[in-house]
Design a protein around this ligand. Structure first.
Ligand SMILES: Nc1ncnc2c1ncn2[C@@H]1O[C@H](COP(=O)(O)OP(=O)(O)OP(=O)(O)O)[C@@H](O)[C@H]1O
Length: 819
């Protein structure tokens, strides 16, 4: 055989020996009908990435014979195609087969008569060729769907393989564009960056190079601009990027990807072209992704419409009376700001309420809901609304936050996505209309620009909107800082609650949180208190000590109640490091027979705590929710023929096939961002200076306020101090400006710095704190020599009554000397 000739095998698929559940990789047995290789048998094993291969169909494979160390000689195919019928009769038989339900011999004959032996290609290229043939729309659609399924997918997968995509990536691309995939890529490979998770500029540019797209082609420059704009806005949460920064960034990747020089002026021109095409919006030096620019504008104009003054607002006296009644029935006396908040909420169409932990936000919301119901003669009993929608809508961005509202108000609450009937992502879906009435959104700081725009689009003038949150918490994961911007714009009535009402006199977590927010750690922050403690630990030992603390805490508290929060995934005490370590302590593989499945580097066992990473409103499970693995079903036992995990999200038990496993991760340790909107009985918070890039006041504040009963701070004290001192940068957004264009900014400024007296009342911090800097230096020096052993960690006591005693410097020394 000529060595240069491509090796090929044609034949009928006898059986599919193996198919990977997550990729297109398959091993098949083929009965050879034709081949140009020397093969002693009439059967051959073929391996490769194939789409929807069917038994008994004939295919042609191109590739080469390889010698597998275990399985011997086999044919590794890197290309293949289904052998389409080549004669008219063959094609008629094929189309009339049960692969194409609804198409009988007569219709098949009609199609082949009209379109010839190339009928399939013609239909796949343009289904309109079927129109003159008199098939009804349903029949046409089924035929096209099935052709695409049977043939289109194969062609696309082969094409994507040619571009060098892995089977996994090919599957993702196919899912997005279906049979248009190759056309999309050939027309503009950079489109992949925006549409396919995991494809960056470099990858797209490599394809562009294959397609002979020149280094200075407009499409390439534009691709780089859009890619960098997306990266910068997504990464920082900004809604725009300044022109010089964008040009610089784009030039950087354009030059880096192909080792060429690129003229910044040409990039500037590409930006102009994209602006003219409407993909970007340029406002002076500020460059917005069009969708974000529009979303900010829509938020402003919708709010302006929705905040139309009430035609007949209740008088101050009427409101005072309503509040009195609510106070009576709830057995509470509101403080003056709380009363003012309820009054303002009742007298305006939109009202913003902010406040730190324990300041009574939920209590005030309860008051507003009840007073609103009384004012409008509405029943709070769900049973009274059999045929009508419940007019009191309570919502939050996460499932856990929604659940908390339900528990604290006794009223139904849901996630915003569920309320709107949104699937997955607020950027792409049209929401349903919401009825009039009252809408309360809690945890507003977590709502991003897209979700808020989509929420407002579902509301009609006449609805009363109460937005509640803590302005000092981390902003949303998605772009924008909507809640803070709304408050800062001074265009809408707002109130900040400042007095801490939490009854528990002995709670020291809330005062700690308020002190952090005021920018100063209290002098006693490293001392053990009934509900919190600090454990000093050098970074290189932190992961192990976290493990030991969690193990110990799990003997005192319910294991599920102990949550480790960390700022970063990477690094020696990062989330990726902590999770398997804690998993092996809390949920070890007890025997070789313990069920365990692997997904990349992660192992899952029954009993593991997992975190949902994406919104899935259809299954009622949302980004940030925690679940427990309650079952593992091996592929051969599962109906789906792939490995399955059963995960219980607070009573909502769901099946996750292997292809869904990228939507979860282990959750013994989670990021502080993912913990927003959730509360945990016990929070363990390890910090080191290794996470310096992330250490910000609002991050520490958010982490600390997640702890309900017990807080264990760990690590390097300087990391905590660094965090408190670093005020988070404001995100770059234009929402305030858009708001003030359409509404007067005449509301009081709640961001105004309070005078000294107010400050002291809001944050009771002893400013005569010890010089903690020097002290910390000593402590760190001492710990350097300290070697951790199990014995001295266990020497610490965790007693829910007296607290978890931290390793004080004195204790450390004593332990060290005792060894
Ligand atoms: N005016 C008041 N008089 C007495 N107790 C109050 C008052 N306001 C709030 N509280 C109590 O203070 C505690 C905290 O209030 P609430 O839960 O409403 O605050 P929050 O701001 O929603 O807190 P968090 O953000 O931590 O959930 C509750 O126990 C509540 O009953």
């Amino acid at each position: 055989m000529n060595e240069d000739a491509q090796q090929s095998v044609s034949g009928r698929v006898k059986s599919i020996i193996f198919q990977s559940p997550t990729t297109f990789f398959k091993i098949i047995a083929v009965t050879i009908t034709k081949t140009n290789i020397q093969w002693p048998d009439d059967e051959i094993t073929v391996t490769g990435n194939f789409g929807d291969i069917k038994e008994d169909e004939t295919y042609s494979f191109v590739g080469k014979v390889v010698n597998h160390p275990r399985y011997g000689l086999q044919f590794a195919a890197d290309n293949y195609q289904i052998d389409k019928p080549t004669s008219k009769q063959g094609l008629v038989n094929y189309l009339a087969s049960d692969r194409f339900p609804g198409i009988g011999t007569i219709t098949a004959q009609k199609i082949v008569d009209a379109l010839g032996v190339k009928a399939i290609d013609k239909i796949l290229k343009d289904e309109n060729v079927l129109k003159p043939l008199g098939l009804n729309a349903e029949k046409r659609a089924t035929l096209v769907d099935n052709l695409q399924l049977n043939l289109g997918m194969e062609q696309v997968i082969i094409g994507l393989n040619d571009f060098g995509f892995s089977a996994n990536m090919a599957a993702k691309i196919y899912q997005k564009y279906k049979t248009d995939a190759l056309d999309v890529i050939e027309e503009n490979p950079y489109q992949l960056i925006a549409d396919i998770d995991g494809i960056g500029f470099k990858r797209a540019d490599a394809i562009a190079a294959k397609l002979n797209i020149k280094p200075d082609a407009q499409i390439r420059l534009g691709g780089a601009v859009l890619a960098e704009l997306q990266r910068l806005t997504d990464g920082e949460g900004d809604t725009y990027v300044m022109l010089p920064a964008l040009v610089n960034a784009a030039v950087g990747i354009l030059e880096g990807a192909r080792n060429v020089e690129v003229d910044p002026n040409q990039v500037g021109k590409a930006i102009l072209a994209l602006t003219e095409k409407g993909e970007l919006y340029a406002d002076g030096q500020r460059i917005f992704p069009r969708r974000l620019y529009d979303a900010e504008g829509e938020i402003a104009t919708r709010l302006a419409t929705l905040q139309e003054p009430l035609a007949d607002p209740p008088s101050d006296q009427a409101v005072a009376k309503l509040i009195k009644n609510v106070e009576k029935s709830a057995g509470i006396r509101y403080d003056d700001t709380q009363k003012a908040a309820i009054q303002s909420a009742l007298q305006h169409e939109i009202f913003l309420l902010t406040g730190g932990p324990g300041t009574g936000k939920t209590t005030v919301v309860n008051g507003i809901v009840r007073a609103y119901a009384a004012l409008n003669g509405l029943s709070l009993d769900l049973n009274d609304y059999k045929d009508e929608p419940f007019p009191l809508m309570l919502a939050a961005p996460t499932g856990r936050a929604a659940k908390r509202i339900m528990e604290t108000t006794g009223l139904p609450a849901s996630t915003i996505h569920r309320l709107l009937g949104l699937a997955v992502d607020a950027q792409e879906y049209e929401p349903k209309d919401l009825p009039d009435g009252l809408l309360v959104v809690d945890e507003m700081s977590m709502v991003d620009t897209y979700l808020f725009r989509t929420l407002l689009a579902a509301l009609h003038p006449g609805i009363k909107i109460i937005l509640v949150g803590d302005k000092d918490q981390l902003p949303s994961v998605g772009p924008g800082q909507v809640f803070a911007d709304l408050l800062r714009s001074r265009t809408l009535p707002a109130m900040e609650l400042k007095i801490i009402h939490r009854q528990d006199e002995e709670s020291s977590i809330i005062p700690l949180a308020h002190a952090i927010n005021a920018g100063k750690l209290p002098p006693d922050w490293r001392q053990s208190r009934k509900d919190r403690s600090f454990i000093l630990c050098p970074p290189e030992q932190l992961a192990r000590v976290v493990g030991q603390v969690v193990a110990k805490a799990a003997t005192q508290f319910d294991q599920a109640d102990v949550q480790v929060l960390a700022p970063m995934y990477r690094g020696p005490a990062g989330i990726d490091q902590l999770n398997p370590l804690i998993q092996d302590i809390l949920n070890p593989r007890k025997t070789a027979r313990t069920k365990e499945v692997e997904f990349g580097p992660v192992k899952y066992r029954i009993g593991d705590k997992v975190l949902q990473l994406v919104n899935n409103p259809d299954a009622n499970v949302f980004n940030g929710e925690l679940g427990v693995i309650t079952g593992i079903t091996a592929a051969k036992e599962a109906e789906s023929k792939t490995d399955e995990l059963t995960i219980d999200f607070d009573g909502n038990e769901l099946q996750y096939q292997r292809s869904d496993w990228s939507k979860i991760t282990l959750a013994y340790a989670t990021s502080i961002h993912k913990a927003q909107g959730s509360e945990f009985p016990v929070v363990v918070l390890p910090l080191t200076l290794g996470a310096r890039r992330m250490l910000r006041r609002n991050l520490l504040y958010t982490a600390v306020t997640r702890a309900r009963d017990f807080l264990i701070l760990m690590g390097d004290p300087r990391a905590f101090e660094t965090a408190v001192e670093a005020v988070a940068d404001n995100r770059q957004t234009a929402l305030i400006e858009r708001l003030t264009k359409v509404m007067p900014a005449d509301q009081p400024d709640i961001f105004a710095r309070p005078d000294a007296k107010q400050r002291a009342a809001a944050a009771p911090v002893d400013t005569a704190a010890v010089d903690s800097d020097n002290e910390n230096k000593n402590v760190i020096d001492q710990t350097k020599e300290y070697r951790l052993t199990k014995a001295n960690i266990l020497a610490q006591t965790i007693d829910p009554r007296i607290g978890l005693n931290g390793l004080t410097p004195a204790k450390l020394l004593a332990l060290q000397q005792a060894e």
